[in-house]
Design a protein. Sequence first.
Length: 272
Amino acid sequence: MTVATSEKIPPAWGTIIYMAVIHFVALFALFPSNFSWQALGVAFILYFITAGVGITLGFHRLVSHRSYEVPKIVEYFLIFCGTLAGQGGPLDWIGLHRIHHQYSDTEFDPHNSLKGFYWSHLGWMLCQNPANEKIPRYTKDISGDRFYQVCQHGMIPFQVVLALILYYWGGLPFVVWGIFVRLVIVFHCTWFVNSATHKFGYKSYESNDTSLNCWWVALLTFGEGWHNNHHAFQYSARHGLKWWEIDLTWIMIQTLSWLGLAKNIKLPPNKA
């Protein structure tokens, strides 16, 4: 189902150029001289740190939904890792995600899946989305925090510093794979949660939207693909609710709890 709209939304040229440059430079990975197994390993490790630890564990389950609590220094570490994912500052990411959950699959959802796969996967970011104006209303709990402000404005400088470190360690291959290829993979895998998990999979709970549980997105995103479970129990720190629904982020939260670093972990009634 697709919702037609006659409204013309101006393009966000800054985001378009940013995305185009990252995808273009990532193509240099096709040159054999820019490949090494060490560079591939760096990309994989940084994918885990930025997408798994930063976005999923930090931006999403910890701060967007407050599914569990950690000491502030741990929270800041997770937010820093999420900022290195290059998906925008934490205030923008968290604010838009909270808006999405309040208005899921309606006109006011920033990436309303009823507008089509392209829109929910990528198109919504390439325009001056009206939801951006609402972000301050949804981030009042974190917008005054100095560390969040630094990360909000430091996303690109942080990435440049990381690129310089990688170049020092392994030259151009480390930069191409550890920055550009890794960012492209992080982008599209996490965007699948907005697009693919509203098109492919199965529904376990009534969530009043089109969210579905998609196993292959769950594998790519450390458990985020159990999206229908998440929309049904938005506060839950655990998304894989069946024994076979592998949720690596839930395992990380359990590990933090075992180390005494996570508390007040929220779960659905039948899992508490």
